[in-house]
Ligand binder design. Structure first.
Ligand code: SF4
Length: 245
């Protein structure tokens, strides 16, 4: 099939790392396709995508157009697109791609760690939903994300979301090398105090971690029951708290 070009995407360059034709959990209440973009400025020890996707690169001519053609061909089967990573806001052309999706009549979601608040601010008017990683509290974010100076940028991204009308949830991936149960509760309560209303805790998977040390179980990890008890305790501070996975 010939690539479908819209007025938005003649110059769009995005490095496509993967495409999920349908994921009914990617954007609440929508039948979504997921577009994974390559590259991330962080290096979380538990990351299972960075090594699989490879380093950041410039998108080639035609990469985005091929995805747009796939999206157009799925009209009626999906009603949303979620951009995920890596870190999709790494790429300046993301806003134009979001516009192109909206021109197809699709809602647009974003999964981000919030490292680029300026890009997020530009994107927000184009977005219908955001999942913002909350990796740790304050400077713990940098320790867990493997890069200094990000936590302040993440805080600005969170503020932008709190000030916007765009629905969003915060997500924390928990590896017990990074957290104690008490530290996780402090992070959750900080988010609740900031005004976050929807929160997801997802235990890290150990199979394909970026740092091989993260593939090993942690000896003194809290039990699943202890984590579930914490989630129940947190529920009164949020509209929803989900333990996913
Ligand atoms: S933010 Fe962390 S977990 Fe997410 S893609 Fe980047 S390195 Fe991996």
């Amino acid at each position: 099939m010939m690539p479908l070009l819209t007025t938005f995407d003649a110059e769009i360059r995005l490095p496509i790392a993967g495409f999920d034709a349908r994921d009914d959990h990617a954007l609440p209440g929508k039948r979504a396709a997921v577009v994974h973009l390559q590259g991330c400025p962080l290096a979380c020890g538990y990351c299972e995508t960075a090594s699989r996707m490879g380093p950041a690169r410039r998108g080639m001519v035609g990469e985005w157009e091929a995805i747009e053609s796939l999206l157009a061909a799925r009209g009626g089967e999906i009603d949303a697109v979620v951009f995920s990573g890596g870190e999709p806001t790494l790429h300046a052309d993301l806003a134009d791609a979001a516009d192109a999706c909206r021109a197809l009549g699709l809602a647009v979601g974003l999964h981000t760690a919030g490292a680029y608040p300026e890009r997020l601010e530009h994107l927000l008017p184009r977005l219908d939903w955001v999942a913002l990683d909350a990796k740790g509290r304050g400077a713990d974010f940098d320790r867990i994300g493997g890069r200094r100076g990000i936590w302040q940028r993440h805080a600005r991204s969170l503020s932008l979301l709190l000030e916007s009308d765009v629905p969003f949830e915060c997500r924390t991936t928990v590896h017990w090398r990074d957290f104690t149960l008490e530290a996780l509760e402090r992070l959750a309560m900080t988010l609740a105090d900031c005004g976050v209303r929807r929160y997801v805790i997802q235990p890290a998977r150990l199979e394909r971690c970026l740092d091989p040390a993260y593939c090993e179980p942690v000896d003194d990890a809290p039990s699943r029951e202890a984590l579930e008890t914490l989630v129940r305790r947190l529920r009164r501070h949020f509209t929803s708290v989900e333990l996913r996975g």
